[in-house]
Design a binder for this molecule. Structure first.
Ligand code: IVH
Length: 676
């Protein structure tokens, strides 16, 4: 097929699938087939860039970095809305309108007040020309590149009769599911960070802040990864042929913008009230957050007549739903032991209906939070579900506290293994220190061991590990290698095929390099990079296990804290037994030389860095050469560096650092002599 035609057809096809998915929630093609089409289009566009069209879906993946967003003036100011919080205030709004346009029949339109970030979209000749944020209402930031990654914003309007230019106003939101997915990723990452002794990342506060933060990212490719969405609610322009809001919404729908499908035309304020009430309950089923309802005069001429106050339109108002709260009994406080031994207290509540769901539990985070709230078991507490998705306890109703409720005592012993808890200096969270005997911690370590970046045993998951542990088949991660097909097959829910897959992928993991095994052991503070450094330096587990603190700290980038943790791990009897079992199983406990064939060991244990241009080596070659002869190559000078190889036009800062630290500087010839 002619490439120009094929590109055109592919764009039309993919855009149609996108529309079905992002506008109407319909999945009409498999992800795989969709990706194939997109890949084909991408490759054709790369081959024939001249045929790329302005609404090509390949433009949605982002790319490029914007250092600073340009400030752009708004053609029409971006105003805010007046708020009402009660039925009376809503009736008063209607009274004001009645007075301002007496003896006139008017209608309202009710729609959602989306809780996101306002966006203005300018279209010129039917193509998206500018997307800007609200800013101060008069001017905002040009975030066009970021907005283009949002699949529900059309890049080009396909219609026979489009106004030369117009603006569309809408709200960028982050669907709840996506918000939860992002936070789950952070939780996952924090488990890892905790193992590595890094500070945990803070969870995202709510979908709105996340949407706002995302839109202001400098890299549009990053924005594309977060599936933002955009609902539109206003159409603006000079001499547009639409006479009412409902007409405008209809045409926006036709132009493939996302418009809320349940917006309602109401003949009077009573009808508005009942619609607002109806959605007061139904709003909890929406897959995104809202901030209330917006009530707007439908007719554009009437809107003009009503005009604006200094800040807000007189023809529209928002009705805010109250954050839902309830009171209930705090029956007890239970404790969860996390995979890293962290203890989380949980409030067990008398079930109560809140924001459309029954709430039975709420997280209390840590002992400080319980103290801050002054909680006692048996108290009547207030529970709220506001902007956040997880319910929280906001206070105690002290008047309802009976004289008998005793003071609250936080636990001192682990609820899973009865070990005395510890609280590390400066931390709010209690920990169970029984790493090798506390079931959730053992299971957590096995889960870490099988994870993608460690042994990548993908036929196993959290649930299978749970079953294996409960049945007594695995007690530490090395036990995985001694599992028998029959043992797995005899468990409920395991068929021939799945049991075989498990055995196979455990077997295959024996090929994983030493550094993966080392990372998989879950030694505190030993993340991926540290594991790699240790594996490269010591080359096998015996040498590593034998190393004292000084020797460990000789490794580039390994400080006191990591060294102590590694040494403590290998001194522990349980670790020693487990490593022995891993050895028997045939897991890689020494570094193989597949990637770097060792040509000699003249540089064994020596740490090098080169600066400037060398005669006989390119940048990467010297690194490989040092490593091929048993040495370690680093990227910055530190007191652990043994030699700095000085080339032509050597870097002044590296030379200075070497001088300060008294590290020998050698020429390329002197370096080569070391090999003789
Ligand atoms: S109309 C002149 N409709 O609420 C009135 N705004 O408080 C223009 N918003 O900045 C706004 N949903 O970001 C309108 N259906 C809706 C809305 C909506 C959310 C936001 C918008 C605006 C703010 C005003």
């Amino acid at each position: 097929m002619n490439p120009e035609v094929e590109i055109k057809e592919l764009i039309a096809k993919i855009n149609e699938y996108n529309e079905q998915y992002y506008l109407y929630d319909r999945s009409v093609i498999s992800d795989y087939d969709f990706d194939q089409l997109l890949k084909r289009l991408e490759s054709l566009e790369n081959q024939y860039p001249a045929f790329r069209l302005p609404d090509s879906p390949t433009l949605r993946v982002g790319g490029g970095i914007v250092k600073e967003f340009a400030t752009v003036p708004h053609r029409y100011p971006m105003l805010s809305l007046g708020n009402t919080y009660s039925d009376e205030e809503l009736f008063e709004f209607d009274e004001r309108i009645k007075k301002l346009i007496p003896n006139t029949l008017y209608e309202y339109v009710c729609e959602l007040k989306f809780d996101g970030v306002a966006l203005s979209l300018r279209y010129e000749k039917g193509e998206l020309a500018l997307a800007s944020t609200r800013g101060d209402g008069k001017q905002g930031d040009d975030i066009t590149a970021n907005a283009k990654t949002i699949r529900s914003i059309p890049l080009k309007i396909h219609d026979s009769d489009i106004p030369a230019d117009f603006e569309v106003r809408g709200e960028v939101i982050l669907p709840n599911k996506e918000f939860e997915r992002l936070n789950a990723e952070i939780v996952e990452e924090n488990i890892q960070r905790e193992r590595e002794g890094k500070k945990p990342l803070t969870l995202l506060a709510n979908p709105r802040n996340t949407a706002s933060g995302t839109l202001k990212q400098q890299s549009s490719a990053e924005v594309a990864k977060r599936r933002l969405d955009c609902f539109v609610y206003e159409l603006k322009g000079e001499n547009l042929p639409f006479r009412s809001h409902t007409e405008a919404l209809e045409v926006l729908r036709k132009w493939k913008f996302k418009v809320w499908e349940h917006s309602r035309k109401c003949a009077d304020i009573e009808e508005v009230m009942s619609f607002v009430k109806e959605w007061g309950t139904k709003r909890h089923e929406l897959p995104f957050e809202i901030d209330g309802m917006v009530i707007k005069i439908n007719d554009f001429e009437q809107r003009e007549e009503l005009g604006f106050t200094s800040k807000v339109p007189r023809w529209a108002i928002s009705y805010k739903y109250k954050a839902e709260a309830a009171t209930t009994l705090l029956k007890s406080i239970t404790y969860q032991v996390g995979r890293t031994g962290a203890i989380t207290p949980v409030a067990e509540l008398e079930p109560v209906l809140l924001a459309g769901t029954t709430v039975k539990r709420a997280s209390l985070h840590n002992a400080n939070e319980i103290e801050r709230l002054g909680l006692r078991v048996g108290d009547t507490v207030s529970v709220e579900k506001g902007g956040e998705i997880i319910p929280k306890i906001t206070g105690v109703i002290l008047e309802k506290r009976s004289a008998e409720v005793p003071d609250f005592q936080y636990i001192s012993y682990c609820p899973e293994c009865n070990t005395e808890l510890i609280r590390r200096e400066g931390e709010a969270v209690h920990y169970c220190p029984n790493e090798n005997g506390c079931p959730p911690q053992i299971k957590g370590r096995i889960e870490h061991f099988i994870s993608r970046k460690a042994m990548n045993i993908d036929s196993l998951g959290e649930k299978t590990i749970e079953v294996f542990y409960e049945k007594g088949l695995v007690r530490d991660l090395a036990d995985l290698y001694f599992l028998k097909f029959e043992q797995i097959r005899s468990l409920e829910g395991f068929k021939d095929k799945s049991s075989e897959n498990i055995i196979k992928s455990i077997e295959a993991s024996k090929e994983k390099p030493f550094q993966n095994v080392l990372f998989g052991l879950g030694i505190r503070f030993v993340g991926e990079t540290v594991a790699q450094k240790l594996a490269e330096y010591f080359r096998n587990i015996e040498a590593l296990a034998k190393a004292n603190l000084e020797e460990l700290q000789a490794v580039p980038e390994i400080g006191e804290k990591i060294a102590e943790s590694v040494a403590a791990y290998f001194q522990d009897a349980a670790s020693q037994i487990m490593i022995q079992k891993l050895k028997e199983a045939g897991v890689q406990l020494s570094a193989t030389e597949t990637a770097k064939t060792l040509k000699g060991n003249q540089l064994q244990g020596k740490i090098f860095i080169a600066t400037g241009t060398l005669q006989g080596f390119q940048r990467d070659e010297i690194k490989r050469f040092v490593e091929e002869h048993g040495g370690v190559y680093v990227s910055s000078v530190s007191k652990k560096t043994n030699f700095v190889i000085i080339g032509e036009a050597a870097g002044a800062s590296k030379v200075q650092k070497a001088q300060e630290l008294g590290i020998p500087m050698i020429s390329e010839e002197e370096f080569l002599k070391m090999l003789e």
